[in-house]
Design a protein around this ligand. Sequence first.
Ligand SMILES: [Zn+2]
Length: 379
Amino acid sequence: MEDLTGNVSSEFEAAAFLEDGSRVAGKMLLHEGILEFRPNTGADSIRLGLDRLEISAGGNQNRLIYFKSPHRAGISVYTTDRTALKSPQLQRPDLIPQIKKIVGHHRRKHTGYWAAAAIVIGVLAGAWLARGLVFELAINSIPADAEIKLGELIEKNMGSTMSIVKDETVDAGIETITEPMVKVADSTFPFKFHVIYNQEVNAFAIPGGSIYIHSALLQKADSAEEVAGVLAHEMAHVIHRHSTQLLVRRIGIYVAIGAIFGDTQGLIAALADQGGFLLSQKFSRDFERQADDTGFKLLVDANIDPHGMLTFFERIKEIQDERMSDTEETAMQVMGSHPATQERIDNIKQKLEELPEGQKFTKIPLDIQKIQRRISLPE
Ligand SMILES: [Zn+2]
């Protein structure tokens, strides 16, 4: 456009901070050698010489371009219109280095955004290709104390649905069985054992170290070693964080990605009310195998005869098979979350055969019937 002097000028929406600190909107016009700010109020134009003009970027994401001059030190004119930097009037040897600095900076920032976007897209794409890996990363990003906290929340939410056996003899008996294993387990999770009244033969572990033993399981056991076998298996589920892995897979990939990037709180919140799910969910064959392997090792390390693990699972398998001929549904009620399959039994047999010949174990000093009598007392 033409200005009063007839020179080509460029005009941009702009605003200015004045000497008294007030802000006024207006137009910025660039003429040969002069930056003119024309307030929308109709007040007199402000003119800054281009010879000592200082150009800088600022504000949110450096979107604002500031123009200042030592000739009018208290005034700064600014615009969000970056095309101003391209106007021919500013292409002066003394200004070009300042402009390059701003443009270069902005480009670098954009490059940063694109790099971040590429990473996110990469993570999401990777998620489709390797969801397992993402979940593993998410689980590994949960610190032990957060998992313990999660366990406490789940317990709190489940508390009303469970009837805990409060009996010193029972507690002492469970401690006699578990103490040697807790010692050798060397786990970051503090193991806690609770017996609950429940007619399903089962036991389950929740994240963070709490293990619940159904009263019916204790009733079905023939020896303390058999109970130890089941509890060693449950402890192994805790050590390998299997419940947490199930939960994390359940709540989905996006929360998992959040956890990888540090949003453990969001993950915990999403998981806290999923306790009921844990009871209904079966572990995968791999998890069961891993829990058997680690549990077996716990027993041997704790000097407890691992034959109890075998005999108990064999008995459970018998009950399962009997019930299977009955109906599918009732069959599920025995060790529902850890089915005693022939495959598992064969694996344990194999391990027993691999033990050094004549290896002796210390008998657990506990008469299991003592516990059983206490549990069968009226609730
Ligand atoms: Zn299991």
